[in-house]
Design a binder for this molecule. Sequence first.
Ligand code: C2O
Length: 545
Amino acid sequence: AAVHFHEFVIEAKPVKRLCRTHSTITVNGQFPGPTLEVRDGDTLVIKAINRARYNVTLHWHGVRQLRNPWADGPEFVTQCPIRPGQSYTYQFTIQNQQGTLWWHAHSKWLRATVYGALIIYPKLGSPYPFPMPKREIPILLGEWWDRNPMDVLRLALSTGAAPNISDALTINGQPGDLYRCSSKETAIFPVEVGETILLRIINSAMNEEMFFGVANHKLTVVAVDSAYTKPFATNVITIAPGQTTDVLLTADQTPAHYYMAAHAYNTANAPFDNTTTTAILEYKSAPFSAKKGQSLKPIFPQLPGFNDTATAIAFTAQLRSLSKAKVPLEIDESLFFTVGLGLINCTNPNSRRCQGPNGTRFAASINNVSFVFPRRNSLMQAYYQGQPGIFTTDFPPFPPVQYDYSGNVPRGLWQPVKATKLLKLKYRSKVQIVFQDTSIVTVEDHPMHLHGYQFYVVGSGFGNFDPKNDPAKFNLIDPPERNTIGTPPGGWVAIRFEADNPGIWLLHCHLDSHLPWGLATALLVENGVGKLQTVQPPPLDLPRC
Ligand code: C2O
């Protein structure tokens, strides 16, 4: 297995989009950032050098980081931030993962521009479980703001209102030619007639789940979140922030130019970015070139409506793991987590800081606890050093009261409690978590991401989870293995995994407007009493708070 060394210099660079140039936080001057290519079993050593004016950390989304939480990256969870002028080296090995993952900043809203693909090929000499594609293309879906995303967040947090929606969606950092001033800002992918290519699609957008399709072309899904799936053909994929989907596409249509396009899948009763981003699949033998500005119009794909939940759910329901899954059959810890928004009442509703609905501030919670990130130390460092007062371990395994979660929720339940509560799990325990969306403020699809783990998605449904009848319908044979799963709007989703990775692992909604509002908790998986004996000691250059 190889060792790959990289230097990631995090620095501001001018980036021009939609006719305006912005000082944008980048890695090595690139936006999106560099693509990392490794094989299963390889080690990555990445020195992150912070030359920006913000604190930063980097997260390797979906990498299991077995016994190695120090390389995971979420700010104030597994490490203190890398201050401007300082550096930290992330070192980790890929163990039994193949396909597509990605990396991103895990500090405030820096991930809006600090992100890139992480491609994991099979071990040398092992083939893909599908025909070898002629070429491979990472497709990073993103969002672009006509202003500094850090200022968008700061404004939202200072008023308590929802953050401004983005000004464009992007494919590989380019909005595509349907926006003002964007005719030259289109990613173009050339193909030869008849060849099959692999698209490694990553939703790196901040707040938008998306539908993605390519005009006139079928997509054959072969992997999600670095785990292979049974192949199936589809016209459109649904992909939530944090998720990846690998699809094969055969260039078997009349030589021409075809748009690939993505727009939001949004179920919340609130404003969202309703624009469409495009890139061009360009058959090399096609008669005209879009690049030369000639009038050939690419063919446009049909995408589902913005709130087409039926299509989104039907897509997700087709996902099956390729090989027989190792799903825990007996469960030691059965957890039920309500996920959703909330509102915090203000003593002075006219205050500048209470510009949310009816003079409140937005919040979000799991089981009515709105997670507060610590400031004085990271959770892992505090735990490892035995420093008290940074967190408690009394996160409730169930909501404080039972109610009709997806129905008319009593006002008394709208106000979450702010705290830094962790949920303790025994090493090697078999865990089931049911995520239940609530209709507090609005029903919404919350993409839940668990750090340090891959889990099996064993079931989902609409309405309230029924603990008597729903488990009988679970797929315990070949459920998909993922690191991020959308909670159906007004519904529930159930996951299972074995707690085989000691450490402290963040669990959160991957809509970045919900993370600072508290839609998170952390799992403390410990081996032995109060000590993570099997975790490697912290690297010497681990930043201190
Ligand atoms: Cu992709 Cu906690 O993040």
